[in-house]
Structure formats: structure tokens, C-alpha cells
Ligand binder design. Structure first.
Ligand code: PLP
Length: 417
């Protein structure tokens, strides 16, 4: 069975707004599924009152928010009280850095990478420095941009308190083996593991208990949803963290890591992403008994097999083109055969600036961008001028093969002419 791309594209009004325009800057933020806009409109038109009070529109507002929280908890295979919905992943990691501070002292070590977006780096480094803890950097291979597991083994020891890394880099586009990394960390220490999944989640929503991580975050505005971020904190580690909420809310696990309180309409509309996945699942797996609006991990896995096969098809010709053009340096793997390459493809032009190349591509009606994409440390360590950065083509499963044809023509024109 193949992904029905026509059906997929019908779920995104913005794709039909300007059909000639090719959007391939999805890693910066995706289009929003129609199901999300429906819920947002409904909330704002019918239940825009303080939720969880005792009058009718208010309880409906609370129910709409609970539906999103419970739905996402089920999809991620976690408990609802292990989930915080915050305004952004940067904000969620900032809050978490305050929460873990209590756990850090002068004899402790944390491990961060130079592969991450700054949202999963600077906050931990600053907190560790404030507490006098040692900051150990797990460095990428300077040729490939990939992280090497043996190097991690050398860094982890009994003093390691936390290990922070990305499920997938937003530049290298290769997924790190999260379960295996977590297993190794836990085998050699009592450290906890926190994963930034922002670049992974648009392509694959994971079963978090299966991954075995302690913390995990991703941004729904890159997963066809509203500008919100999902933060998972394993209930078993919560007692070692400092609550970041009002003191009278500390008895409520789901409020511990949200100092601001939730953004009501946005939270309610998070369920729209699951409605979208549900619609996709219904369309493709008609014979599966219907569980209305529930996206349990098994259904998500079925969907992902279709999505990743399709994304691999989209990615291959672009990797092939860039991997064989000596006027560019492709970052990350030049193939998809290991099944760990998401369609986020970054390259450094060797004969022109990234800005010049991305401008030429944009002039051909293609929405792509250049820059450091907040992975400043990675680009600098790879020997790339972070001020100019790399050109990034980032696709998701609503992009079409016709669009890839146009992207290839634009790349050839921008790089070779
Ligand atoms: C890999 C990665 N991590 C973290 C972030 C930060 O997410 P947010 O914009 O929700 O703070 C981004 C945003 O681009 C990202 O790409």
C-alpha cells in the first residue's frame, strides 16, 4: 500500500492557496492541517471562556483541552500527567533547566552535543555552569556530522547526571538511535536522558516508553499543528526536580513544568493533529476497526510505515543530486538505505554563498532558506561560516514528486549556472 498523496494534500488548505509555490522549509514550521483549524475556530467561536469552571461553555472548553492532552498522551504511550503543553520547545527546555538545577552540584557532569539546535544546548550549559557542574561535549564526526556511540561511552561515568541530545539533527537530518543511546547511558551510569525530537516528530511520532527516555520534547507547529510544544517528563523522576508552577499547584503533576499556565485554544487545537492522523489512518487502513479520534502507538506505527516509505522516495533524488555535485558539500548521509534519514537536507555551496544560492532558489518560486537554523555550534565546528550557513531543503509527506522535480531544477540552476 502507498500513501495517497492526493488525499493527504486535500487536508491542507494552504497547499491550494498558491499551487505554483513549492514549500520546502517545513523544518522551520509546517503547514497546518485543516482539522487543527477546525478545532481552533470552534474553540474561539463557541467556548472562548476560562476553562474548567462550572458553567456549560467552560466545561466544554475544559473537555476540548482534555481531549488534546489525553489524546497525545495515548499517542505517545505516556500518562496524561506526564505531559506538559507549553508555548515552544525552547521555553520547555528553559523551564526544565530550572527544574533540574536542584539536582546538579560541583561533582556532577552533564553531557551535551555540538549537533543540537541551541534550544537543547545553551539552557543546560548555562545551568550546569551556574551550579559548578562539568559540561562534557559529545562531538560529531567532523566529516559526516554524525554522532558516534563509542565516543559517548567514553564520556558517560558515575558522575554523569544528565545526557541531552537530539532525536534527529535539524541540519544533519539523520535520526540518532535513541533507545540504544539510552540503554548505553543507563548501563554505565544513573544518568537521565533528555531528547529534543523537534526535527524527528514531523516524520515519526514515537512510543516514549519504548524509547525509555526520561524527558522528550517536540514542537507541534512543525507537526501540522498549532504553535505549541509537547514536553514529556517521566513521572518516576519528578520527585528529584524542582516544580516550576505556583506553589498551590505542586500536587498536580501535569502543572509542574508550566509556570505560565496553558494557552487554552491552542492546547485544544493540538487534538486536530491527531484528528488529521486519524483521518489518514482511516483512509488507508479501512479494514482496521475504528477507534474514533484515538491514535494509539500501533496505529501511528502503521501510518509511519506509509509515510517513511513515501518520504524516502522524495528524498532519494535530492540526495543523489547533491551527493554527486562537487560544487556543494552535503551534510549528513547521502542515502536513505539505513532508514534513518529524514527529508531534511542541508548543504554548503562551495563556490558561492549559501545566501546567494537560496536567493536564486527562492526566485524560482521555491520556499527554502539558508542560515544556521540555530545549530550555530554544529556549523562552526563543521568549519562552516555560521553567519552564511547552509541551504536547507526540508520536506514532509505532503510534498509531491512534482515538487521534487521543480526543486531539482532549481538546485541545478542555482548551484551550476
Ligand atoms: C531541532 C530543533 N530543536 C528545537 C527547536 C526549538 O523549537 P521551538 O521553536 O519550539 O522553540 C527547533 C526549532 O527550529 C529545532 O529545529
Amino acid at each position: 500500500m502507498k500513501l495517497d498523496i492526493e488525499f493527504v494534500r486535500k487536508q491542507f488548505n494552504q497547499l491550494h492557496d498558491n499551487p505554483e509555490f513549492v514549500f520546502c522549509s517545513n523544518a522551520g514550521g509546517s503547514y497546518v492541517a485543516n482539522q487543527v483549524n477546525t478545532l481552533m475556530n470552534h474553540y474561539n467561536s463557541h467556548t472562548r471562556v476560562q476553562p474548567y469552571e462550572r458553567y456549560a461553555p467552560s466545561s466544554q472548553a475544559g473537555e476540548a483541552m482534555d481531549r488534546a492532552i489525553e489524546g497525545w498522551a495515548e499517542a505517545l504511550n505516556i500518562s496524561a500527567n506526564e505531559l506538559t503543553i507549553g508555548p515552544s520547545t525552547s521555553m520547555n527546555t528553559y523551564v526544565m533547566a530550572q527544574a533540574i538545577g536542584v539536582d546538579l552540584g560541583a561533582t556532577d557532569e552533564i553531557i551535551v552535543t555540538n549537533q543540537d539546535h541551541e534550544a537543547n544546548s545553551g539552557v543546560w550549559r548555562r545551568k550546569a555552569a551556574e551550579k559548578g557542574a562539568e559540561i562534557c561535549e559529545w562531538k560529531v564526526n567532523l566529516e559526516s556530522g554524525l554522532l558516534d556511540l563509542e565516543q559517548l561511552d567514553c564520556l558517560v561515568n558515575q558522575n554523569t547526571k544528565w545526557v541531552f541530545f537530539a532525536h534527529c539533527s535539524n541540519i544533519v537530518g539523520t535520526s540518532n538511535p535513541v533507545s540504544e543511546i539510552t540503554r548505553r547511558v543507563k548501563q554505565n551510569s544513573n544518568a537521565k536522558v533528555f531528547v529534543d525530537a523537534v526535527a524527528q516528530a514531523p516524520h515519526h511520532i514515537c512510543d516514549l516508553k519504548e524509547l525509555g527516555v526520561d524527558g522528550y520534547a517536540f514542537s507541534l507547529y512543525k507537526v501540522y499543528g498549532p504553535h505549541q510544544s509537547l514536553l514529556y517528563v517521566n513521572r518516576e523522576i519528578v520527585s528529584g526536580l524542582t516544580p516550576q508552577c505556583h506553589y498551590f499547584n505542586t500536587g498536580c503533576d501535569s502543572k509542574l513544568f508550566n509556570p505560565a499556565g496553558p494557552q487554552h485554544a491552542q492546547v485544544a487545537s493540538c487534538a486536530g493533529v491527531l484528528d488529521y492522523f486519524d483521518a489518514l489512518h482511516q483512509h488507508h487502513f479501512k479494514d482496521t476497526p475504528r477507534a474514533p479520534q484515538r491514535m494509539a502507538p500501533q496505529r501511528m506505527t502503521q501510518l509511519h510505515s506509509l509515510i517513511s516509505a513515501y518520504e524516502t522516495e522524495l528524498t532519494a533524488p535530492i540526495l543523489d543530486f547533491l551527493g554527486n555535485d562537487d560544487k556543494v558539500r552535503l551534510i549528513g548521509k547521502n542515502h536513505t538505505r539505513d532508514n534513518d534519514r529524514v527529508p531534511t537536507i542541508a548543504f554548503q555551496p562551495l563556490k558561492q554563498s549559501a545566501l546567494a544560492v537560496s536567493t536564486k532558489i527562492q526566485d524560482m518560486g521555491i520556499g527554502c532558506e539558508s542560515g544556521h537554523f540555530y545549530a550555530h555550534r554544529l556549523l562552526t565546528d563543521l568549519g562552516i561560516d555560521a553567519d552564511d550557513g547552509v541551504v536547507r531543503i526540508s520536506l514532509v509527506h505532503y510534498n509531491s514528486t512534482e515538487e521534487v522535480e521543480k526543486i531539482l531544477m532549481a538546485l541545478d540552476h542555482a548551484i551550476n549556472h
